[in-house]
Structure formats: structure tokens, C-alpha cells
Design a protein around this ligand. Structure first.
Ligand code: NAI
Length: 230
């Protein structure tokens, strides 16, 4: 049985990814900040719940300790938790956005590494964004070119770079970042960006990278069509 942890999975793309991976036979741990919402989501899905706030070291350490004591290993780690920052650009918002979207990836990865190293085929996936691709945001033919998302985009560049650096530092583990596609979730609704596609489609890219084989890629940024440029 493949043991999988998904951060921020009580709703949105993370919740749907959990549903699809459970369907494929994974034992899925939903990491969520709020105990009530996390337990409710886990019960609906047939998943397990761990309290996990990616900005809180103690919470992250405790969540991975729980998985370690119950499962003895972790096969798939999906960094899905993320915030937009609401389009505000100032110091406190920058700290919050980078803490969640980039530092959170470091916190959870570092806490998970000992468990990932005990897996036969460990995989780490970060739900990043093409808004963090220098190629996309400087290309007038791409929608990211006109996207006003200063802090979000910069934090997602960092998240993607972390996958590239971890892929080099840990050759025994697959690390990839992805753009799920513009999706109708609470995040995009709160920004007044209606019209995204359903989570069912976007989670497909997360599932594809979470289930790559031993000969699969590492250190890449991908979307549904394959590799994306940096
Ligand atoms: P969402 O708002 O529905 O889900 C975000 C999840 O992250 C929520 O469950 C939230 O509680 C959780 N979260 C936020 N801060 C957290 C923290 N400190 N600790 C633990 N969990 C935390 O939004 P959505 O769209 O499902 O976002 C999922 C990921 O997909 C995010 O990383 C987002 O940046 C990324 N993404 C979304 C796109 C879209 O069009 N919706 C496009 C590109 C990337």
C-alpha cells in the first residue's frame, strides 16, 4: 500500500487529489490546519487526518511523527497548501505568502525526508504555478504575462526551485513541481477570477506526477501537456 501525505487537502485541488489517489489504492493522510474540517474531509474520503499547519514547525514535526509511528514510512508527499496573498504587496503579506508557499515546502520536506528515505520508491510533488515560471511571465503570448500576482508568483518560483535543488541533493527521491491549470477553487473565487476548470481535471496532473515510476522524471516543472519551461 502506497502511503501518501497531502498538505492543505481539506478542500480544493488537494481534496480532489486525495479522492483520486484513494481510488487508486493509496493510504492518504490529509494534512489540514483545522481539526474539525480536516477530520470531516478525511471521513468523507476514507482518508486519515493529521493536523498540519505548514507555517508551524511543531505542527509539521508532530504530523510526520504520527505518520512515522503508524506507517513506518512515507512514499508520496504532495505539497499542495498554498495562499494567494490576496494581491496585497507589503512586508507582512510577503512573509505570510513566502512562509506558506515556499518555507512550508522546506519545513514539510525536511520533516518527511527520514520517512521518504525508507520508501522503495519515494516521490515528492509540489503544486506550484506557472505564475512562477520566468519564461511564462515574460512571454506576452502566455496568460501569466498579464497576471498581477507579485508575491504569489515570486513564492511559486521559489517553490519550483526548491524541487530542482532537492532533486539534485536527493537523487534517490523524485521531486517535481507542477502547474495544475487555472481551476475553480476558493482561492481563485476569492480573487474574483471566475471561470476556472473543475478540480477533477487539475488533480489529474498532480496524480500523474505522484504516481510516476522509478524511471520517471525528477527536477522538472510540468503541466498537463508535459514539461514547462522555467
Ligand atoms: P484552496 O484555497 O481551495 O486550497 C488551498 C489549501 O491550502 C486549503 O485547504 C487551505 O486550508 C490550505 N492551506 C493554506 N495555508 C495553509 C497552511 N499554513 N497550512 C496548511 N494548509 C494550508 O485553493 P486551491 O486552488 O485548491 O490551491 C491548491 C494549490 O494549487 C495551491 O498551492 C495553489 O497555489 C495551487 N494552484 C492553484 C491554481 C488555481 O487555479 N486554483 C493554479 C495554480 C496553482
Amino acid at each position: 500500500m502506497t502511503v501518501t501525505l497531502i498538505t492543505g487537502a481539506n478542500k480544493g485541488i488537494g481534496y480532489e487529489t486525495a479522492r483520486q489517489l484513494i481510488h487508486l489504492g493509496h493510504t492518504v493522510y490529509i494534512g489540514a490546519r483545522d481539526v474539525e474540517r480536516g477530520e470531516k474531509a478525511a471521513a468523507e474520503l476514507g482518508a486519515r487526518f493529521v493536523q498540519l499547519d505548514v507555517t508551524d514547525d511543531a505542527s509539521v514535526t508532530a504530523a510526520l511523527a504520527t505518520i512515522g509511528s503508524v506507517e513506518g514510512r512515507l512514499d508520496v508527499l504532495i505539497h499542495n497548501a498554498g495562499i494567494s496573498g490576496g494581491g496585497i504587496v507589503d512586508g507582512p503579506t510577503a512573509l505570510r505568502v513566502f512562509d506558506t508557499n515556499a518555507v512550508g515546502v522546506v519545513r514539510v520536506t525536511e520533516a518527511a525526508l527520514p520517512l521518504l528515505r525508507t520508501s522503495q520508491h519515494p516521490v515528492v510533488v509540489t503544486v506550484s504555478s506557472s505564475a512562477g515560471s520566468f519564461w511564462a511571465v515574460t512571454n506576452p503570448d502566455r496568460p501569466e504575462f498579464g497576471l498581477p500576482a507579485t508575491l504569489y508568483a515570486a513564492s511559486k518560483s521559489a517553490a519550483t526551485m526548491l524541487m530542482v535543488q532537492y532533486a539534485k541533493a536527493e537523487p534517490g527521491i523524485k521531486f517535481n513541481a507542477l502547474e495544475p491549470g487555472f481551476t475553480d477553487t476558493d482561492m481563485t473565487a476569492a480573487l474574483g477570477m471566475g471561470g476556472g476548470r473543475p478540480v477533477e481535471e487539475s488533480a489529474g496532473t498532480v496524480v500523474r506526477l505522484a504516481t510516476i515510476g522509478a524511471d520517471g522524471p525528477t527536477g522538472t516543472l510540468q503541466d498537463e501537456a508535459g514539461e514547462l519551461r522555467w
